[in-house]
Design a protein around this ligand. Structure first.
Ligand SMILES: NC(=O)c1ccc[n+]([C@@H]2O[C@H](COP(=O)([O-])OP(=O)(O)OC[C@H]3O[C@@H](n4cnc5c(N)ncnc54)[C@H](O)[C@@H]3O)[C@@H](O)[C@H]2O)c1
Length: 350
């Protein structure tokens, strides 16, 4: 088993990564929380696969376990489901010393985490990620959220879990398209700050728990410096500015990771056109994304994407922070005006 400690200013916790960890969930929760009762929150695809193991493991160490299962998909991250989850906790008389367990991908983690952050002003929370994206990104760092009809992640809280338990065996049942999309975030960490990881990924036969550990270490280091996303944490948005525009334009038919892949290729292309990234590093990034079956092009025009960007993105002080790769393993945070953003966007599409 591999373990990474996250030293977030609001709390320290372990991210445990490895094969066969799920049956130890109960013992792990006993070791790091005071909980007597646990609410296992899962999606309809995940609960039949792993809910039984989780519930058995909790009960085996004397924890009382209840479960609530939601439909799969982004639409579950909504006010209605959030309300249902709060009612479930209240009806079952959960108290602040109890624990909410998110068993699933980022949707489950974000929704359950936000309920855990807000029910009675916060109760114990444990993340059990079952997608690659959740393992390397959403389960770590304490961002929780639900969507509003007006936009994604519009209501949320920073709320760190007490533990992240990542059983890498669960990835074996993940649909291939979801696994591939998760690799976009993995490649993001490599481009951001780890050329050695980039080279590891060029070998498709890599050790998955080791790769997850490397990504989590990167995220942990950033979260320790900037938990509330006011500076360094912006680096994690590499590929996301243009990626979100592509994702939104596609009406969310593209998965988040697929859109991030397009966004990463675009920002690398633009950085290369502006002489900030070498042609060989640009080509290496695009080649790696394609090797994992990820898209690197979009048919949307600069006009279409720019309109979406202006609608979606918050400019603080008239500027938006663009993450610009300088070489594989090093990126800059560049504040740009809306006009400058337009130039970057056009350069990313050429
Ligand atoms: N909080 C954060 O820091 C953060 C970061 C990135 C993304 N997110 C959020 O994460 C969400 C996306 O998360 P995701 O990509 O994990 O998608 P997801 O949670 O929707 O899961 C993807 C699909 O895979 C299924 N699934 C999950 N695990 C499975 C398994 N082991 N076997 C079989 N099927 C399985 C799910 O039922 C779902 O259909 C978005 O809402 C995004 O906003 C949050």
């Amino acid at each position: 088993m591999r373990a990474v400690t996250v030293n977030a200013p609001s709390g320290q916790y372990e991210v445990k990564i490895g094969s066969g960890l799920l049956p130890s969930l109960g013992a792990e929760i006993r070791a790091c929380t005071e909980a007597k009762r646990c609410a296992v929150i899962a999606g309809e695809n995940v609960f039949p696969l792993y809910g039984g193991i989780a519930m058995t493991s909790l009960r085996a160490v004397g924890l009382e376990a209840r479960s609530l299962v939601f439909p799969a998909g982004e639409q579950t991250k909504c006010l209605g489901r959030y309300g249902e989850l709060l009612s479930f906790l209240a009806e079952n008389r959960f108290t602040r010393s109890d624990c909410v367990i998110a068993l699933g991908g980022g949707v489950t983690g974000d929704l359950a985490g936000f309920a855990a952050a807000t029910y009675q002003r916060g109760l114990g929370f444990v993340q059990v990620p079952t997608t690659l994206l959740a393992a390397v990104d959403s389960s770590v760092g304490g961002k929780t959220a639900i969507d509003l009809p007006e936009g994604k992640n519009q209501v949320g809280a920073f709320y760190q879990p007490a533990l992240v338990l990542c059983d890498t065996d669960t990835l074996s049942t993940l649909p291939k398209r979801e696994l591939t999309a998760g690799y976009a975030e993995v490649i993001k960490y490599a481009v951001l700050g780890d050329r050695a990881l980039f080279e590891t990924l060029q070998n498709r036969e890599h050790d998955v728990p080791q790769v997850i550990e490397k990504c989590v270490k990167h995220k942990a280091a950033i979260v320790a410096e900037d938990e509330r996303d006011t500076g360094l944490r912006r680096l994690l948005n590499l590929g996301h500015t243009f990626g979100h525009a592509v994702e939104s334009r596609s009406g969310y038919t593209l998965l988040h990771g697929e859109a991030v892949s397009v966004g990463m290729a675009m920002i690398c292309r633009a950085a290369c056109a502006k002489g900030l990234l070498s042609q060989s590093d640009f080509e290496a990034v695009v080649t790696l994304l394609r090797a994992y079956g990820l898209p690197t092009e979009t048919d949307y025009t600069a006009d279409e994407l720019y309109d979406t960007l202006l609608l979606d993105k918050k400019f603080s002080g008239g500027k938006l922070h663009l993450i610009v790769p300088r070489e594989i393993g090093r990126c800059d945070i560049l504040p740009v005006t809306p006009d400058e953003l337009r130039f970057w966007l056009e350069a990313g599409l050429e």
